[in-house]
Ligand binder design. Structure first.
Ligand SMILES: NC(=O)c1ccc[n+]([C@@H]2O[C@H](COP(=O)([O-])OP(=O)(O)OC[C@H]3O[C@@H](n4cnc5c(N)ncnc54)[C@H](O)[C@@H]3O)[C@@H](O)[C@H]2O)c1
Length: 327
């Protein structure tokens, strides 16, 4: 079976993906600096097809050694400084990790004849939709409004236009929706997770700008989309970009609250008026559905139910612990 190198495999998305690909029979090599610890990989530790390497994607020498040591067929590149606040707080580090190291990995993967290079991008590349009644798709202009999204856009450009299109190299960009749901590396700095946690704990929640749209996708469905990128016809997906999510899963923030209220009817919410948000986008996911046959398996209410039960059953000693946030 093919060997997949996953950078950032101990993270929120990666730690679920690792188990998912192991279950599918892949050999998996995880490369991670463990910025948030390594507990997330304990559930898969000792699986015979798993190798873990602790290290930094910014070290070229180190990456070459990994290519020397393992027969890497595919590279799924998740490692990053993730989110607008984290990148704004450490802009130099963000440039180094999210741009410089990504480009180096891309070039090394091409040089080493890696077959697939899957890049984790984001729908926040779109910024604000120009037509408030319309849907943004992969051909719409990109208007990143944060360093985080700007760096994602720059890496996408290098992938789609900069790298030589010869040979069998098959890089693909997945523009993910905002993610939610439970993962071995839990995050509560994501809208659905954070709103549900706060309200399940009986706190009053302040919501800034109830009207702004975003698409949402369950973290388990990220794994399914990534596997599709590893298995779909290379002629179709090489040097291509796909939004990952589902068109009916676009929500305004107030709609998320209404869904949570179905589980927590006495939820206390205070809406704070915000007229402008540079990130306001409703996204079409018809391309990944029609070209690759992608269908989500979970919807936002499923995620709300999971998170509420996690909090109600006190599965986490301290859900407010800073390790559950990226900043
Ligand atoms: N969470 C979302 O809503 C979302 C949406 C769209 C795209 N993405 C993208 O998906 C990817 C994974 O996101 P996540 O939510 O799992 O983030 P995360 O912060 O939970 O995980 C990132 C992982 O990368 C590792 N890492 C960071 N810097 C590193 C370095 N220099 N060398 C090696 N490892 C390093 C961290 O230790 C961590 O385990 C990111 O590229 C992110 O931009 C996430």
């Amino acid at each position: 079976m093919d060997t997949v190198l996953i950078t950032g495999g101990a993270g929120y998305v990666g730690s679920l993906l690792v188990g998912y690909l192991l279950d599918k029979g892949y050999q998996v090599v995880v490369l991670d600096k463990l910025c948030f610890g390594g507990e997330s990989l304990v559930p898969v530790w000792g699986r015979k097809n798993l190798d873990f390497v602790r290290g930094d994607i910014c070290s070229r020498d180190f990456i070459w050694k990994i290519f020397d040591r393992y027969p890497i067929d595919h590279l799924v590149h998740l490692a990053a400084i993730v989110g607008d606040p984290a990148c704004a707080k450490q802009p130099e580090l963000a440039r180094k990790v999210n741009y410089d190291a990504s480009i180096a990995l891309l070039e090394m993967a091409a040089a080493r004849k890696v077959k697939r290079f899957v890049f984790a991008s984001t729908c926040s590349n779109y910024g604000k939709m120009s037509d408030p009644d319309g849907y943004i798709d992969e051909s719409s202009p990109l208007a990143p409004v944060s360093l985080y999204a700007e760096l994602k856009v720059q890496v996408e450009r290098a992938i789609l236009n900069g790298i030589d299109h010869r040979g069998d190299f098959c890089p693909v960009c997945l523009r993910f929706s905002t993610v939610y749901g439970i993962s071995p590396r839990m995050r509560f700095d994501l809208t659905v997770n954070e709103f549900t946690k706060e309200l399940a704990l009986g706190r009053e929640l302040s919501v800034f700008g109830r009207q702004f749209w975003r698409p949402y996708c369950h973290v388990q469905d990220f794994s399914r989309a990534i596997e599709l990128a590893l298995t779909s016809d290379a002629d179709k997906i090489a040097f291509n970009v796909y939004n990952v999510g589902s068109t009916p899963e676009n929500y305004q923030k107030s709609m998320i609250i209404e869904e949570i209220k179905k589980f927590i009817p006495d939820a206390k919410v205070r809406y704070i008026v915000k007229e402008e948000d540079p990130r306001d986008y409703r996204v079409s996911f018809e391309k990944i559905k029609s070209e690759l046959g992608f269908r989500i398996s979970k919807r936002v209410p499923d995620g709300i139910r999971e998170i509420k039960k996690l909090i109600d059953d006190r599965m986490l000693r301290d859900p407010d612990d800073s390790r559950y946030r990226n900043i």
